[in-house]
Design a protein around this ligand. Structure first.
Ligand code: DLL
Length: 446
């Protein structure tokens, strides 16, 4: 079914990317046809969906238009935990060729499965991601996403091989060796989390390696965690490479749900495989295009573990403007926060990304920071530990005090809250090989 679509479209695109340029009417037809099929499949094969649909009095035949997706029940990560490990699979295990798992922060991991066709789709969406970021078969790519149960490493790997690039499956960690490989193997492109790449830039500086003079890296795809435009500017400014955003989540397929093109202005969703909605996280009512809310996906072609109206907790909006690149698949704006990242302190809702924006706005610092919440005599305190550069530490006590005040002022401006700002030594905030952890909520400890 997927391959036949390629024949419908002529053009100079790579066959996979042609799907990003499908005439909109055709795209909606494909989506509807696939939506009907996936609803029928889940109703028949997944007891949890059948029970929920029956409880709402909805039958698969009631889905007649794309808007009818709203008749269907939502699903969440809790459903995956409650049916751990294979309860939401729609095919027998003999059809499942790959398992991945996402650790999450609490309790058991969630397990996701793929059939051989799911693996083919995954490869294709990653190939589309890579083409959008200008990767080609001539690239030598250092893939620093973690290999193993995490979907990042092996997910990118399949698509990189698909486009015929030379893949170095190095995974994360051992940063000095990463830099040696980057130099000696003539690496032209990289894939990893943005926070790990920033760590790598610092390490290269320490080792006396100049990205522009000593390395051949030209582009990278970065994702698996929120990052800001300021971080992109830092990465591009420090290295001269082009940095593209890649988005995805294990429950939907892994990396490859959405990707930036050369316009670097939001992420195109591979809509022929993923039906996107934005809902109000409180009322769960659909929100109009352009308004920020929770991203919800229904998978349109997944066989092993289809997802119906899966609530991602990621907050963003749909951008309906056409993109200068000519892709017809719509974009979502960059994801800067998740609804469950939000913390409430003294009654005020705060996202870690707001603290990051406040810090980056104040000085040209790197986003190495931690937010530590504590409670003393019933009062909540927010401490923000910010790493400053070695040169800044040489400054006079007065200059340091002034800097601390500027950070505090900027945080207050953005969040309306007073924070205790602590300036810490360069390198003292632990670096992660994968996703960075910024928030430490110790309010209920001891
Ligand atoms: O992080 C898949 C992935 C791997 C995406 C490599 C991109 C590159 P999970 O571990 O299941 O899967 O985590 C998914 O990470 O719901 C978001 O909250 C966050 N996330 C992923 N990509 C981005 C991004 C992978 N580009 C969760 N920007 C998602 C912001 C992101 N947040």
């Amino acid at each position: 079914m997927i391959r036949n679509l390629w024949n419908d479209l002529e053009g100079t695109f790579f066959p996979e990317s042609a799907l990003d340029h499908m005439p909109e009417a055709r795209l909606r037809e494909v989506q509807l046809q696939r939506l009907k099929a996936v609803v029928a499949l889940t109703y028949e094969k997944v007891p949890l969906f059948r029970e929920r649909m029956d409880a709402k009095g909805v039958k698969p035949g009631d889905v007649r238009t794309l808007a009818d997706v709203r008749l269907l029940p939502f699903s969440t990560k809790a459903d995956l935990r409650d049916t751990y490990p294979y309860g939401l699979f729609a095919v027998p295990m003999s059809e499942v060729v790959r398992l991945h798992a996402s650790s999450g922060t609490t309790g058991k991991p969630i397990v996701v499965g793929y059939t051989a066709q799911d693996m083919e789709v995954w490869k294709q969406v990653i190939m589309r991601t890579l083409y959008a970021a200008g990767f080609s078969r001539s690239d030598i790519v250092q893939n620093m996403f973690g290999y193993g149960l995490f979907t990042g490493g092996l997910g990118l790997h399949g698509g990189l091989e698909g486009i015929g690039a030379t893949v170095i499956p190095i995974s994360g960690g051992n940063t000095e060796r990463q830099i040696m490989v980057m130099k000696d193997f003539g690496v032209t492109a990289v894939c990893c989390t943005p926070s790990y790449f920033i760590h790598l830039i610092e390490m290269a500086q320490k080792m006396g390696i100049d990205f522009r003079k000593d390395l051949k890296v030209q582009r990278g795809v970065f994702g698996a965690e929120p990052w800001t435009d300021q971080m992109r500017q830092y990465i591009e400014g420090a290295t001269g490479i082009k940095a593209y955003d890649i988005y995805g989540l294990s429950e939907i397929i892994g990396p490859g749900v959405g990707a930036e093109c050369h316009c670097q202005d939001g992420l195109h969703i591979f809509e022929d495989h993923f039906l996107v909605e934005i809902v109000d996280p409180q009322t769960l009512e659909p929100l109009p295009d352009g308004q920020e809310g929770e991203l919800v996906f229904t998978t349109l072609s997944k066989q092993a573990m289809p997802a119906i109206r899966y609530r991602t907790r990621d907050l963003t909006s749909i951008d309906t403007r056409s993109c200068a690149c000519g892709r017809t698949v719509r974009r979502i704006r960059r994801i800067s926060h998740r609804s469950d990242d939000m913390f409430i302190i003294r009654g005020v809702n705060v996202f870690p990304s707001q603290i990051e924006t406040a810090l980056l706005k104040t000085e040209a610092t790197l986003p190495h920071y931690q937010i530590v919440l504590t409670r003393k005599s019933g009062l909540d305190r927010m401490e923000v530990r910010v790493e400053v550069s070695g040169e800044m530490l040489q400054d006079t006590v007065g200059a340091m005090d002034a800097l601390q005040k500027r950070f505090g002022h900027s945080i207050a401006q953005i969040t309306g809250l007073t924070a205790e700002v602590t300036l810490v030594q360069p390198g003292s905030i632990p670096r992660s090989e994968g996703k960075a952890k910024r928030l430490f909520d110790k309010r209920n400890e001891g």
